[in-house]
Design a protein around this ligand. Sequence first.
Ligand SMILES: Cc1cc2nc3c(=O)[nH]c(=O)nc-3n(C[C@H](O)[C@H](O)[C@H](O)COP(=O)(O)OP(=O)(O)OC[C@H]3O[C@@H](n4cnc5c(N)ncnc54)[C@H](O)[C@@H]3O)c2cc1C
Length: 490
Amino acid sequence: MQNLLRDVVIIGAGPSGLTAARELRKAGLSVAVLEARDRVGGRTWTNEIDGATLEIGGQWVSPDQTALTELLTELGLETFDRYREGESVYIAPDGTRTRYTGEMFPVSGHTAAEMTKLIALLDSLAAEIGAEEPWAHAKSRELDIVSFHHWLRGQSDDEEACNNIGLFIAGGMLTKPAHSFSALQAVLMAASAGSFSNLVDEDYILDKRVIGGMQQVTERIAAELAVDPGADVVLNSPVRTLRWPADYDGTGTAGTAGTAGAGGYTVTAISDAATVTARYAIMAVPPNLYSRVSFEPPLPRRQHQMHQHQSLGLVIKVHAVYETPFWREDGLCGTGFSATSLVQEVYDNTNHEDPRGTLVGFISDEKADYAFSLDADERKRKITESLAGFLGDKALEPVVYYESDWGSEEWTRGAYATSYDLGGLHRYGADQLKPVGPIYWSSSDLAAEGYQHVDGAVRLGRYTAARIVAAQPAAQAQKSPGPAAAELVS
Ligand SMILES: Cc1cc2nc3c(=O)[nH]c(=O)nc-3n(C[C@H](O)[C@H](O)[C@H](O)COP(=O)(O)OP(=O)(O)OC[C@H]3O[C@@H](n4cnc5c(N)ncnc54)[C@H](O)[C@@H]3O)c2cc1C
């Protein structure tokens, strides 16, 4: 068991926690990052499965995600374009399969016009409301007390159009049924990506991938911190208890309830592998996991309530690797959409300069419930049949097949990120980033730009670090706290 004294203890070594750690070290503050898993990366995880390198978690980068792209450059990581030559496939509600090019699905003239209308409406709401403070807008309550499903049907009588537009945000992003979250939450999702049109355009939102895998972002930061005497990253170290001073005075210098007490070292994080006493704590875990930590004293009522309204969605990310990207020979780019198929979206996910071909498919929310009700063989059969429905029978026989199952991961419990239940965003959103005493909150789930994405995790990591640096009392800011504060307390 390690005992450490640090300026900041960070709970969670995902992209947000490690970005915060990196920024805090740049500002001269000492850090310890406690990570529950035996690896860094959180919801980014690049792994070798049966000889194939797979992105089990987050992978794509879009042009608006400038915080992430800047970080990739700083870390010496390069990107490559998603393959997109050839036709896409759309499967209509009646099962008709159509090949098409361009952005609009091959639907009837009426459905296309309705989809165009809904996209324009969502673009305009996203531009008007924005991602920073959707809860502060005059329309926030009105939009937050209606489900996205019902809001869409209030705008259009075309069921296919409503289902297709719903798919982009419900199955495609929040991975919850469109009846379970609000129109305001959908507007936030769109605004966080710049516009709804950006989300609809797979060539934009799924533009690039990191050569060698997204998990390298956190692995490289952890490698930097490993040779830094003012930083520690402790794995296999789930934080069970966080003690903080209820009488915290907001300066990081006072408080009496912490273990060390004096000098502002008033927060103590107790994990399985380390006890860290610090001046500030960052909870860099998704909000659905806050309650896995025992806060002593308990968090205030507002946080107790708010955290019960944020939950993760559910999606199965299916990876199917083939000897060749056979669909390309057939003039297909590998992209397919259907609001009614078991696999709702499929893309060519072939690795950089890999002769083999990889498809990635997504099965979301209630369809994922159904898929998980099947035994593993039956589930694989149904899923590969669904892939074949888009790209042909060769899809039935992958040489490597793997299902990312984040719902079973104790330290995540779903995918991709959390969202509020109906009515929660306008009710609680303004308080989600408010520190509680010396405890700050940082994760992609709380981001404005880049919400739900690695980019948002990076943005919040930077923002949280900047807030802590700004909160430094003058005397603390002037000292050089690295090695001095890094001493063991016992
Ligand atoms: C299947 C999937 C696909 C995705 N696709 C994309 C994509 O293509 N592009 C994109 O940008 N984003 C994507 N995302 C989302 C992206 O991965 C996340 O937004 C991002 O990883 C969030 O980073 P974070 O640091 O906020 O949280 P996390 O990555 O979840 O990191 C939190 C860390 O905290 C740790 N932890 C939790 N509780 C404790 C505790 N009590 N003590 C210590 N440690 C704890 C966890 O183990 C974890 O390592 C995807 C996610 C998934 C799951």
